[in-house]
Every structure is written in structure tokens, then in C-alpha cells.
Design a protein around this ligand. Structure first.
Ligand SMILES: *[C@@H]1O[C@H](CO)[C@@H](O)[C@H](O)[C@H]1NC(C)=O
Ligand SMILES: *[C@@H]1O[C@H](CO)[C@@H](O)[C@H](O)[C@H]1NC(C)=O
Ligand SMILES: *[C@@H]1O[C@H](CO)[C@@H](O)[C@H](O)[C@H]1NC(C)=O
Length: 402
């Protein structure tokens, strides 16, 4: 019964880009949401986009336990480069803010067993107004490879949208021909009305399909609802090597309550989303750090099946999400309360409504704590209270005892 399903899953992902990378969603840190395009290092020396910032974050990833649970990428976003290409048309890092150059920064990061990501743009300029890769794609791919770059986020500002479906695959070929495995993050679908997700998955490891995340609960909810709608069935192309990217984790910043931070961690795990933190790891609170390092949530996110969870039921302000996990036949699920009042909602939900259909029933654990909660069958009820803008993240393992 189970085997044909597994075979289907494998066949379904054959056409995706396979460069050996992102077999599970990539994890790491990225500068944009927290540090934007701050380039004034005189007045904001600790916050400006500079080699110091990325070395600091590499240090924190390793010394504070993030790398040990999987956060390996240190990703530079926009505003790192000089406004001018060099005499041979190559991109160059801003000489004041990266005085030792990108190769040295990559060496520093690699020496800590981490990986270095960089940012470019398919158009004539980056969104921040720095040189874009249009007309320079081969040269830029080679420059990135020569520095030892491990990941490229290619944005889509300053180009006609008609060029996007043609241009992104060309960059993938140039990256491939460098011979260096470089994880390819495309902003391709985020710029189009009706993206062709099959083609995107054939060229990209991960891809942004919605607007930039902001440091607010509204922003997180709008992303969750976009993923709930799943327009164009984009969840179906996710799998090992290829993932939809709902954008950075903002846990540890200013905009989310503790419960809302739990929601982002739970939902990004259910969505098999890249876990790219954009926060200040030098200043983060213990509770946020523990959430980001929660092994139960991370195990759901990193499950080797790589299946993106889906919204399977909505009851007023309550959403039920389900994600198949290994061993095949088991599930993670989220009961999300988007309500905004009172002490919490009493919820009584059938096993079948959670997507749990096997008659022998399931052992339910709280994924964040690892604690056993109850046993439920398809027709029995799971009763719990979920606080406003809060979540229950569960794991359901087939009951093999009966
Ligand atoms: C690599 O790190 C070690 C300490 O962990 C240090 O002694 C060594 O100098 C570093 N090498 C480079 C090239 O940065
Ligand atoms: C280049 O593409 C081939 C074919 O998909 C793949 O096997 C190989 O791993 C890729 N190499 C790099 C460096 O991405
Ligand atoms: C979405 O894709 C899956 C897997 O390819 C398929 O089984 C399902 O029918 C599709 N759903 C819609 C609404 O197109």
C-alpha cells in the first residue's frame, strides 16, 4: 500500500534542478530584513553591510549552537558591492566595507565549516541600485565561483518581466558550468502573475514567490494565507532539491510576540521552508534562540521526504495544516489560531480533520517539547486550547501497539 506512493513522490521530482544541493530546506542567516541597505559604517559600525557583520554572524552561528542544529549559510543580501564594476567588467565588493575582499570572507566562513551566500540581480541594477547581472551573467557566475561563493540569491528588479522566465535558467547554466556547486535562489515567481512552477523548479533550488517579509505579525499572516491558497498548486513542486521560500525568519527581532514567534517557527517547519534567520544574533533573547534551535520543529522542517505541508481545513479563525513526514505514513500537523481575543480557543477536532486516517490511531506528541499528549483515531476527538496568534505543533506517529 505504501510503496506505490513513495515511487510516485520520486517520479514527481525528477524534473527539478538536481545539483546535489538543498536536499532538505537550506538553513542559515541572511542580512536583508534586519540590516537592509545600511552602508554608513561610520555612524552604524555594528549594523552596516560589511565584512565585520558577516564575520560576527559566522562567529555567533558556531559559538551559540546554531550551526550544530543545521544553520550553515551566511548570506549576504543587497548593497555589498561597489557601485562600479572593475576595469574588466567584474563585480567587486565595496572596498571600504569589505577591505579584505570576498575571497577572504569566504575563507573565514569556510574555516568554520559554514557556507557563504551572496546576492545579485537579473536586471540592470539590484533593487538597491547596485550593478545588476544583465549582460554580465557568465562573468558574474565565474566571479562568484572564484571567490568560493556557495549560494546565490538572484533578485528581479530593473528588468522586463518577459525576460524573467528566459534569463533565470541561463544563469543556472552559467552557475553549473563553473563546476562549483552553488545553491540557486530565484526571485522569479515573485515578479510574475502566473509563474510556471515546473520550469522554476527545473532551474532553481529555492524561489521566492511572495513579497518581502517585514518585521510584523501582519506580514507573517499574509504569507501564511498566501501559502494556504497555494494558487497554481505550487506546493506540489516542492521536494528534495527544490523548495518554495516564504522568506526569512524574523524571530528575535521587534515585531512578534513570543507566541507569534512560535507560530513562525512552526509554520515555516510545516512549509518545508528555508530557515534563513534575519536578526541580530549578538543581541537575541534566550527564548528566541531556543525557539530557533528547537529540535522538534527543525526535524519537521528537515524531514527527508521534503514534502511541503498544506492547509487542509479552516474553522473560523482556526487553520489546520498537515505535512507527511518519515517514516512514510506519519505526519506533522499544526493547529493555528489566527484569532485576536480572549484567553484562547477551546478546540475539538477529529483525527480525520487533522489528516490522520489510519484506523489503528496515532500517538500525538507536542513537537516543541517532545512530550506525549494523547492517542487519537480518525473518528476520535483531539481537545486542546490554542491561545490567540498561537499554535499547537504536533507529530502523529502510527500506533503500532494495537
Ligand atoms: C581557521 O580557524 C582556526 C581556529 O579555529 C585558526 O587558527 C586559523 O588561523 C583559521 N584559518 C584561516 C585561514 O582563517
Ligand atoms: C551540473 O548539472 C548536471 C546535470 O544536471 C549535474 O549533474 C551537476 O551536478 C551540475 N554541476 C554543478 C556544479 O552544479
Ligand atoms: C496539485 O499537484 C498534485 C501533485 O502533482 C496533484 O495530485 C493535484 O491534483 C494538483 N492539484 C490541483 C488542484 O491541481
Amino acid at each position: 500500500m505504501i510503496l506505490p506512493l513513495a515511487v510516485l513522490v520520486i517520479i514527481g521530482t525528477v524534473s527539478g534542478l538536481d545539483n546535489g544541493l538543498a536536499r532538505t530546506p537550506p538553513m542559515g542567516w541572511m542580512s536583508w530584513q534586519r540590516f537592509r541597505c545600511i552602508i554608513d559604517c561610520e555612524n552604524q559600525p555594528k549594523d552596516c553591510i560589511s565584512e565585520r557583520l558577516f564575520m560576527d554572524m559566522a562567529d555567533r552561528l558556531v559559538d551559540d549552537g546554531y550551526a550544530a542544529v543545521g544553520y550553515k549559510y551566511v548570506n549576504i543580501d543587497d548593497c555589498w558591492s561597489s557601485k562600479e564594476r572593475d576595469g574588466e567588467g567584474r563585480l567587486q565588493a565595496d572596498p571600504k566595507r569589505f577591505p579584505n575582499g570576498m575571497k577572504t570572507l569566504a575563507d573565514y566562513v569556510h574555516n568554520k565549516s559554514l557556507k557563504l551566500g551572496i546576492y545579485g540581480d537579473f536586471g540592470t541594477y539590484t533593487c538597491g541600485g547596485y550593478p545588476g547581472s544583465k549582460f554580465y551573467m557568465q562573468s558574474d557566475a565565474q566571479t562568484f565561483a572564484s571567490w568560493g561563493i556557495d549560494s546565490l540569491k538572484l533578485d528581479g528588479c530593473y528588468t522586463g518581466t518577459g525576460d524573467i522566465p528566459i534569463g533565470y535558467p541561463i544563469m543556472e547554466e552559467f552557475l553549473n558550468s563553473t563546476g562549483r556547486p552553488i545553491l540557486y535562489s530565484c526571485s522569479w515567481p515573485a515578479y510574475l502573475q502566473k509563474p510556471n512552477y515546473q520550469n522554476i523548479a527545473a532551474s532553481c533550488n529555492i524561489w521566492r514567490n511572495y513579497g518581502d517579509i517585514q518585521d510584523s505579525w501582519d506580514s507573517v499572516v499574509s504569507i501564511i494565507n498566501f501559502y494556504g491558497k497555494d494558487s497554481g498548486n505550487f506546493s506540489s513542486v516542492a521536494g528534495p532539491g527544490n523548495f518554495n521560500d516564504p522568506d526569512m525568519l524574523i524571530i528575535g527581532n521587534f515585531g512578534l510576540s513570543y507566541e507569534q514567534q512560535r507560530v513562525q517557527m512552526a509554520m515555516w517547519s510545516i512549509l518545508a521552508a528555508p530557515l534563513l534567520m534575519s536578526n541580530d544574533l549578538r543581541l537575541i533573547r534566550k527564548e528566541s534562540r531556543e525557539l530557533l534551535q528547537n529540535k522538534g520543529a527543525i526535524s519537521i522542517n528537515q524531514d527527508p521526504l521534503g514534502i511541503q505541508g498544506k492547509l487542509i481545513a479552516t474553522m473560523g479563525k482556526i487553520q489546520i495544516w498537515n505535512k507527511p513526514i518519515t517514516p512514510v505514513g506519519n505526519f506533522a500537523f499544526a493547529i493555528l489560531n489566527l484569532g485576536d481575543g480572549g484567553p484562547g480557543s477551546l478546540i475539538s477536532v477529529k483525527g480525520a480533520t487533522l489528516g490522520l486516517m489510519a484506523s489503528q490511531g496515532y500517538n500525538i506528541t507536542d513537537a516543541f517539547t517532545g512530550e506525549f499528549v494523547t492517542v487519537i483515531k480518525p473518528s476520535s476527538y483531539f481537545n486542546l486550547t490554542v491561545v490567540p496568534s498561537g499554535v499547537f505543533l504536533g507529530k502523529a506517529y502510527l500506533n503500532t501497539m494495537s
